[in-house]
Design a binder for this molecule. Structure first.
Ligand code: G1P
Ligand code: ZN
Length: 548
């Protein structure tokens, strides 16, 4: 029976700045708390998807400050827009990959993820809203553009006048004519992972007493997942998971799994008597960092090693159709693909570009240099999945992380890799650097720097092989005749000023040089990059804010 809705129509002024970036709409909490700001954006989503009638949506977030409040607001807007069912993670918690898994499992129409990923949280931190489509992946550009266009002209939103829903217990509630189902945040996702990995073998290793792991949830969303999966299911000792309680401000930390921000884990893994395996994930659980005892695995190498070892993993052993990496990611995986005789796609930065390739069955594994790896089991990158992939390789081979990586370099050669971020640069100055580079590009071809010669320069453009859509200006590439590369991009996820990203890569096969420190091996290219782009002059900074 349909009840008459106690829905209110609220008049509002449209906002002009709700343009989704690399990964949804991301702003400071204070911006999201401006009256009607969240509401108009959510109504813009509803309008863009053609209203809520008959639809099932999934809703959850990374537990950051404003998550719980936003969930209640979104539930009431969804109900006022006639959404049939909303599945909400208990306590409002759903990691990004788990949301993707739930959308796919229940064939939902889409989902809303509340997260600003690795950006700091708390009242002075960031918040974000991302819309995912029925494939479980981030909305493609044509959808986010349509949401943005709507948000610029919207003058009304609909919201139910109702008390808050209890989101802290699994169960079903009625909100107007909408069924709100509070679901366990972990179980559907765990079931999917169990179908891919050899849990018995991993469990034997973790309970053997001879293998120690340390997973750092960084007080973000993967705490409950890490505990349920590594400790409760696989039997690892409880202290194998640290910082496992999700906190609204991530304990004051910056939940980004890299050598700079996950320094507590790094200290543990680079100490004497370090555990055999270390890993961390980010705010919303889609990123991962992999460490061995006194050893760091670059994300680009991690992707290549996964591809090279797919046969060890039950869920992939029957074959992988292809691989994909974002343009700035190192070409290590390209060499593996070549060896396996499978295609390797180079896409622009951002996970959404992998979606079409996976839906079309063209790729199985994909990854980005920014600590993101994943597969076609969901349509997001997946931190816990990557950790299990590595644990499965370790359990199947009995080798250490370091030995696996070094063996890989001996077989395929090594792609030395580094990313330098210059954060909070004055926007005009960052643009001036790019304008100047654009003018310079044609004249650079053929120029020599040390013993390298520039063979190609461009601003990367991508034509999606599936839907033929074209994405231009995805980063400036300077490619040398020995496969070394320098890439410049501006971040699409930062919320303060501009962030300049410089990516440098060189390829090495000389056994004697394979084990050099990456920054050292790349120092000549780093100097060349500054010489060409005048980074110091434009940013006013004499060193990057973060090196990964
Ligand atoms: C950054 C990363 C990119 C990743 C995105 C979302 O985007 O570089 O690889 O997909 O975060 O996690 P950027 O700030 O560079 O636009
Ligand atoms: Zn993330």
């Amino acid at each position: 029976m349909t009840k008459t809705l106690n829905a209110q129509i609220i008049d509002c002024q449209p906002f002009q700045d709700q343009k989704p970036g690399t990964s949804g709409l991301r702003k400071s909490v204070s911006a999201f708390k401006v009256p009607h700001y969240l509401e108009t954006f959510v109504q813009s989503i509803m309008d863009t998807i053609g209203g809520g009638q008959g639809k099932t949506l999934v809703l959850g977030g990374d537990g950051r400050y404003f998550n719980r409040e936003a969930i209640q607001i979104i539930l009431k807007i969804a109900a006022a827009n006639g959404v049939a069912v909303v599945k909400v993670g208990k306590h409002g918690i759903l990691s990004t990959p788990a949301t993707s898994a739930v959308i796919r499992k229940y064939k939902a129409f889409g989902g809303i993820i509340l997260s600003a990923s690795h950006n700091p949280g708390g009242p002075n931190g960031d918040f974000g809203v991302k819309y995912n489509v029925e494939s479980g992946g981030p909305a493609p550009e044509k959808v986010t553009e349509a949401i943005y266009a709507t948000s610029k002209t919207i003058t009304q939103y609909r919201i139910l006048n109702a008390p808050n829903v209890d989101i802290d217990n699994v169960g079903t509630h009625e909100l107007g004519n909408t069924k709100v189902e509070i679901i366990d945040s972990v179980s559907d996702y765990l079931e999917l992972l169990e179908s891919l990995f050899d849990f018995a073998k991993i469990g034997t290793m973790l309970t053997s007493g001879k293998f120690r792991m340390c997973f750092d949830a960084m007080h973000a969303v993967t705490g409950p997942y890490g505990k349920a999966i590594f400790v409760d299911t696989l039997g690892a000792p409880p202290d194998s998971v640290r910082a496992e309680v999700p906190l609204e401000d991530f304990g004051g930390g910056h939940p980004d799994p890299n050598l700079t921000y996950a320094h507590e884990l790094v200290e543990i893994m680079f100490a004497k008597n370090a555990p055999d395996f270390g890993a961390a994930s980010d705010g919303d659980g889609d990123r991962n960092m992999i460490l061995g005892s006194n050893f760091f695995v670059t994300p680009s190498d991690s992707l290549a090693i996964m591809a090279a070892n797919y046969k060890l993993i039950p869920g992939y052993a029957s074959g992988i159709s292809g691989v994909a990496r974002s343009m700035p990611t190192s070409a290590a995986v390209d060499r593996v693909a070549k060896n396996l005789g499978i295609p390797c796609y180079e896409t622009p930065t951002g996970w959404k570009f992998f979606g079409n390739l996976m839906d079309a069955g063209r790729v199985t594994l994909c990854g980005e240099e920014s600590f993101g790896t994943g597969s076609n089991h969901v349509r997001e990158k997946d931190g816990i999945w990557a950790v299990l992939f590595w644990l499965n390789i370790l359990a199947a081979t009995g080798k250490s992380v370091e030995a696996i990586v070094k063996d890989h370099w001996r077989t395929y050669g090594r792609n030395f890799y580094a990313r330098h971020d210059y954060e909070n640069v004055v926007t005009e100055k960052a643009h001036a650097l790019f304008d100047r580079l654009h003018e310079l590009l044609p004249s650079l071809v053929g120029k020599e720097y040390g013993n390298r010669k520039i063979s190609l320069t461009d601003d990367f453009s991508y034509t999606d092989p599936v839907d033929k859509s074209v994405s231009k200006n995805q980063g400036i590439r300077i490619i040398f005749d020995d496969d070394a590369r320098i890439v410049f991009r501006l971040s699409g996820t930062g919320t303060k000023g501009a962030t300049l990203r410089l990516y440098v890569e060189s390829y090495e096969t000389d056994e004697a040089r394979l084990h050099l420190d990456a920054q050292e091996a790349l120092s000549d290219l780093i100097t060349t990059a500054d010489e060409i782009a005048e980074i110091r002059k434009h940013t006013g900074m004499d060193r990057p804010s973060v090196i990964t």
